[in-house]
Design a protein. Structure first.
Length: 440
């Protein structure tokens, strides 16, 4: 087995990759290697991984994003150099395709890897194109300029037009994706102290019209969110956590009883120090429907005496705010692993550090203990029980307010191709293993 540039890809390179990530403590990726001490290549086809204690998710989670990388490209880079390295000429892997051409913000061309270890892939060439806006993308599919829009790229605003075209096939299904509203309640952040009050967080939760979000933003392709783990993860999803009602009356009652009054009649309540309850409500600029979502949230908050004008910033800007805890409420869209381990680690204390995933500032050693227990539970049943407890904590403490579980949607020209509908999440990947039918 070789990399696409012809250099060896064996257990030696796999062991080097794991140890290299451990030594450099790569942000985000290092999370996957908790409990991993080192890796050794016994021979070219045998990899031995030494752990601090047994784990139950080595294949489904631990090694999911620990890529096997060519040492001759990466071994001379420092940890700082790794994070800024962006030379497209070194996109070398051992997968079914190799990149032959790349134009930033325009296109990427992938050519079939003749030496792919599973055999030559059925599609000779894949051209990924980037469009200036959603309308241009939809028109390209309708006109036949492109053949397929993969899940995660299909704009909800264009679904009606695609559904009306007899030559377009839309596949949809449960996915490992959801939207949430992050609440900044760390004492070291810039958010108002009132967000650290569980009554305020619960009132905000009750003021959100999730059904409207699904209808307006996701064109009906989704279900209301409640638990941290999405239903697509099967038995890990805590079904005991009920739906969160849209209840303006109850939200107002909670705030009234907690002493948050509108003393001057301007429609905005004051906190316990007399400051108006005004929050920064933000989302990123990646899709048009993100703004629609925070508009709906803003409307609900206005009905309970909280002012939160919708604000849109770039993803980079919001991530910078997150690192500094310089925000109040941020809406995010998530596409996560098929195993729940990563999601459970988001709210650990360690992830509040620079570059970590914990954007709320929530930190509880008892929560951390549960996360460690689920990762080392000896049976699936015990692991599920731990993960259900984790979801109960998140549902009660509300570092995130779960909004919706979105469906994965892909669309393609059925007058040209017929793909297997069993996996709309990864249509092309599925075709590599199960083939596809070309029409005409």
């Amino acid at each position: 087995m070789t990399f696409s540039d012809g250099t060896p890809c064996t257990a030696v390179e796999a062991a080097w990759s794991i140890n290299w990530i451990l030594e450099n403590e790569l942000p985000a990726i290092i999370t996957y290697l908790s409990n991993v001490i080192k890796a050794d290549a016994i021979d070219a086809t045998t990899l031995q991984i030494t752990l601090s204690q047994p784990v139950n998710n080595m294949i489904s989670a631990k090694l999911l994003y620990v890529y096997i990388m060519p040492p001759h490209v990466w071994q001379e880079l420092s940890a700082e150099g790794i994070m800024s390295y962006d030379d497209p000429s070194v996109t070398i892997g051992a997968g079914p395709y190799r990149m032959t051409e790349y134009q930033p913000d325009e296109y990427m061309i992938l050519q079939a890897n003749e030496n792919y270890w599973r055999g030559r892939p059925p599609i000779d060439q894949i051209i990924y194109r980037q469009f200036a806006n959603d309308d241009a993308l939809i028109q390209a599919l309708l006109s036949g300029e492109i053949d397929l829009v993969t899940a995660g790229s299909l704009p909800y605003s264009g679904i009606a037009a695609l559904e009306a075209d007899p030559n377009i096939k839309i596949d949809s299904g449960q996915a490992y994706q959801f939207s949430e509203l992050s609440v900044n309640w760390t004492p070291d952040g810039t958010a108002p102290a009132s967000l650290r009050d569980p009554v305020v967080r619960k009132a905000i939760d009750l003021s959100i019209d999730r059904e409207q979000i699904i209808t307006v933003a996701y064109a009906g392709y989704g279900q209301v969110g409640n638990a941290l783990i999405p239903p697509a993860m099967g038995g890990f999803h805590n079904t005991d956590i009920g739906e969160i009602p849209y209840d303006i009356t109850e939200a107002n009652r909670l705030l009234d009883e907690a002493g948050y009054k509108d003393s001057n009649g301007d429609g905005i309540r004051e906190d316990k120090d007399g400051n108006p309850m005004e929050y920064r409500l933000m989302t990123d600029d990646t899709t048009a429907y993100n703004f629609r979502i925070i508009q709906i949230i803003s409307d609900g908050l206005a009905q309970i005496g909280i002012s939160a004008q919708p604000l849109v910033e770039s993803t980079d800007s919001l991530i910078a705010r997150q690192v500094d805890f310089d925000y109040d409420l941020i809406h995010w869209e998530w596409y996560v692993d098929a195993d729940p381990h990563f999601l459970t680690t988001v709210f650990t204390c360690a992830e509040t550090q620079d570059g970590g995933w914990n954007d709320s500032g929530y930190c509880d050693p008892e929560y951390d203990k549960l996360v460690e227990e689920q990762a080392t539970a000896p049976t699936l049943e015990e692991r599920e029980q731990d993960i259900w407890k984790i979801q109960e904590i998140v549902a009660t403490e509300r570092p995130w307010l779960m909004l919706a579980y979105e469906e994965a949607i892909s669309a393609y020209r059925k007058d040209r191709y017929e793909f297997d509908p069993r996996n709309p999440i990864a249509t092309l990947k599925w075709a590599l293993f199960y083939g596809f039918k070309k029409i005409g």
